[in-house]
Design a protein around this ligand. Structure first.
Ligand code: GMT
Length: 374
């Protein structure tokens, strides 16, 4: 098949999922065209089946705000026509679904049929989408998509709750590409460089937005480090970073906490870690938790949104109410204090991650694509 994938190119989960999906489809022999305003961070163009089409936003002085949705629409029309695409798969509803709808209708005037699939990822529904300034367009674009998928059952239910949806939504969960994890040979060197005295390594990865509650990570770590020798790695960057740094200073933990910034190959960091912390306020799936589990790292998380579909209570980790840092710290210590318990959770986390092996999930997307291409 000849597939167009529209996504955000940044470190956000939707862009990562779209990129990994496209790479896997290309590996299976499909032609995949990525359409975005920048080359997605995890995209390498070394496969003969992968193409990248950049959406150029002009900076015409009349516009205080550049009309990205319109240039994206024009690009979609152009790529569908020139590359003879079979379908478009847009990740994150805003503004990709409405741009795809518009492109579909422009092309129809020229006698070209192009179905489009919208994959809902989370904040496009739970935070941004339900904002009144977007809601009518999101509702319309979801209802008019040729197929809609959500990355978890929880997100599907949230979509029905917040929008007037009159159509089916299929759940196709996020996935993990284990091949990337098998490539990591020696994590000992990295582990020793972060924790030279054998301290336990806790890790958090996110885009440091308020919804991730990174301050809770610091508070959990502060309780843990008072009981056992421990270090904390913070991967990513975002609007809350300054506040987080201030909190690290306030609790005098700067020596034990390392900010690693935006890292592409997070699996290397995860492989050197003992415990992943995800105290999010809302999370449709929690791809970062799944990636941790694939690297045999158990997860301490909240029980919000789709996380319970990924992290299993008392098996791959523990789940607590949002904001209950004491409970999360208690759970973290119960895993970290005993080497045998830690090893048991590590194996279970890996076992649970295997439910989301890309080889199980990819055929679901292929089947959906085939059902739409006449
Ligand atoms: O919150 C993020 O990290 C970014 C955001 C996105 O869409 O780029 O992530 C959402 O999509 C991910 C991939 O499907 C999910 O794993 C995340 O849970 C979801 N984030 C939220 O719901 C807050």
């Amino acid at each position: 098949m000849n597939i167009g994938i529209v996504c955000y190119p940044t470190f956000g989960g939707s862009g990562v999922v779209a990129t990994e999906l496209g790479k896997a489809l290309a590996y299976k022999g499909h032609k995949v065209h990525f359409i975005s305003y920048q080359q997605p961070v995890r995209l390498d163009l070394f496969s003969e089946n992968i193409y990248y089409h950049e959406v150029k936003v002009s900076d015409y002085p009349l516009f205080d705000y550049q009309p990205y949705e319109l240039v994206l629409t024009s690009k979609l029309v152009d790529v569908v026509k020139f590359e003879k695409l079979d379908l478009l798969h847009v990740h994150y509803a805003i503004p990709h679904a409405s741009a795809a709808y518009m492109a579909q209708h422009i092309l129809a005037k020229e006698g070209i049929t192009i179905p489009f699939i919208t994959t809902l990822h989370g904040t496009d529904i739970t935070l941004v989408g339900k904002d009144v300034s977007f809601e009518p367009v999101i509702t319309f674009a979801i209802n008019e998509s040729n197929a809609v998928t959500a990355v978890s059952e929880s997100l599907k239910q949230d979509t029905y709750k917040h929008f007037k949806i009159t159509r089916d939504i299929e759940v196709i969960p996020n996935f993990i590409c284990f091949e990337e994890y098998k490539k990591i040979e020696d994590s000992d060197f990295l582990r020793k460089s972060f924790a030279p005295n054998g301290e336990k390594i806790l890790v958090h990865i996110s885009n440091f937005r308020p919804v991730k509650r990174v301050q809770d990570v610091i508070r959990i770590f502060d309780i843990v480090r008072k009981q056992i020798p421990a270090k904390l790695l913070l991967v990513g960057d975002g609007p809350e970073r300054h506040k987080i740094e201030e909190l690290c200073r306030e609790i005098q933990a700067c020596d034990c906490i390392k900010f690693l910034g935006k890292v592409k190959d997070t699996e290397r960091i995860l492989s050197a870690s003992d415990l992943f912390i995800l105290p999010s306020e809302s999370e449709s799936f929690g791809l970062a938790a799944l990636e941790a589990m694939a690297a045999k790292v158990p997860v301490i998380s909240t029980n919000t949104g789709g996380i319970p579909e990924v992290n299993l209570q008392g098996f791959s980790g523990y789940l607590s109410n949002v904001g209950d840092v004491e409970d999360m710290a208690k759970n973290a210590l119960s895993i970290l204090k005993d080497e045998a318990v830690l090893n048991q959770f590590k194996q279970a986390a890996y076992q649970q991650a295997q439910q989301f092996d890309i080889h199980k999930i990819l055929p679901m997307y292929e089947e959906l694509y085939r059902s739409l291409i006449k």
